[in-house]
Write a protein that binds this ligand. Structure first.
Ligand SMILES: C[S@@+](CC[C@H](N)C(=O)[O-])C[C@H]1O[C@@H](n2cnc3c(N)ncnc32)[C@H](O)[C@@H]1O
Length: 359
């Protein structure tokens, strides 16, 4: 177990690798080749700038900050080091990367093989696309494969994207909550599962609007807490119901409530978007449904959410609700058991909201 706040071994000691504190967007920190960065970080008691070759979206070779790789270790999990003050609440280690990829597949199944709902690309080509908070980059990579003529930029505060990517994909380390300063407007801005990460969604939609071409589309897909149940099989005082309310409360204390997606439609309209549509999907918590489609979603939700229960809970409960890790582990055992009980017909609501910048 690591001490809260301890920096992971391998993070640079001594003088940090240098970088502009806030690079202009055309100089945003390109995602390092992880193997190169590891090597550099291990030699990090010397001041070794890590450079990458010039890329399409980079005017000049950059020196990369060691902060990007200087992960925090808390309760045995690693968390982002870049802009540490953001205190994003989900880990960025191998286990969380696998969970994100399962969740990506679950969303893909939810949309029956589609990556997004909005009409982007139907009436005119998508020249450029931004995936804000790209995670492992699975969505960006699949989107890029489907749209080989689109330039796709995926940004994230953690460098957890693959090293080898198709030529039309570029991953950058950047903070979506910062001022956007892109050279060119996008045709499509996509953002999935950033609830709990972004404090000011009104600003996110305003920046998206300002950074879209006229006629361009923005789509946001997010889960909403607390967990729901329509037939009385989830006792409101049970571990699962209590846990999901506590999770929401913790995110609210962190200033990033995970019930925010209910407001996206209104916030998009207020930002100036037109043709705004909200569609709500359901993820059964486990395979309790009779219907084949929902039973399949329940199987994958069980993997992504029950399987990721520790990922989802640890920072929120220990940082914001004052729980000790050991007592949390005991509690999560009860929550996990109830999550897998097919007699409990609990489900999550997934909001998908999109809108267009007027022509
Ligand atoms: C739950 S994951 C979703 C990843 C991806 N969009 C997906 O659906 O697979 C949220 C991601 O947002 C990133 N993130 C959190 N705060 C961010 C910020 N301020 N700027 C950029 N990325 C951020 C996290 O590092 C994480 O990879």
């Amino acid at each position: 177990m690591g001490d809260p706040g301890r920096l992971e071994e391998g993070g640079a000691r001594g003088a940090p690798l240098s970088i502009n504190p806030k690079p202009a967007k055309d100089q945003a920190t390109a995602v390092p080749n992880p193997s190169t960065m590891q090597t550099a970080a291990k030699q990090g008691d010397q001041d070794l700038p890590v450079t990458i070759p010039e890329e399409k979206h980079l005017r000049e070779t950059q020196e990369l900050t060691a902060d990007v790789m200087k992960y925090r270790v808390e309760n045995g999990r690693t968390y982002h080091g870049f802009k540490e003050h953001l205190r994003y609440v989900l880990p960025n280690d191998e286990s969380e990367k696998r969970r994100l990829d399962v969740q990506h597949y679950l969303t893909y199944l939810t949309l029956e093989g589609r990556l997004y709902l909005c009409p982007a690309g139907r009436d005119r080509p998508i020249r450029t696309c931004l995936d804000a908070g790209t995670g492992t980059g699975s969505w960006a990579l699949e989107f890029a494969q489907e749209h080989p003529d689109t330039e796709v930029i995926g940004i994230d505060i953690s460098p957890i994207q693959p090293e080898y990517v198709p030529p039309n994909v570029c991953f950058q380390i950047d903070d979506v909550e910062d001022d956007w300063n892109y050279d060119e407007p996008f045709d499509f801005i996509f953002c999935r599962m950033l609830t709990g990460a972004i404090a000011d969604w009104t600003r996110f939609f305003k920046q998206s609007f300002a950074n879209l071409e006229p006629g361009g589309w923005c789509e946001v897909q997010d889960i909403v807490a607390p967990i729901q149940c329509s037939d009385g099989t989830l006792d409101p005082d049970s571990p699962l119901a209590t846990w999901s309310r506590d999770l929401l409360r913790a995110t609210q204390l962190a200033g990033r409530g995970i019930d925010g997606a209910k407001l996206y439609k209104r916030q998009m309209e207020e930002a100036g978007f037109v043709n705004v549509k909200e569609e709500i999907f359901i993820w059964p918590q486990c395979p309790w449904a009779d219907d084949d489609y929902y039973r399949m979603l329940g199987r994958w939700a069980d993997v992504a959410i029950t399987g990721g229960l520790e990922s989802l809970s640890t920072a929120l409960f220990t940082r914001h609700l004052g729980w000790k890790k050991a007592e949390l582990d005991v509690y999560l055992t009860q929550v996990r058991k109830q999550m897998r009980d097919r007699g409990v017909h609990a489900y999550w609501t997934i909001y998908m909201v999109y809108g267009q910048k007027p022509e």
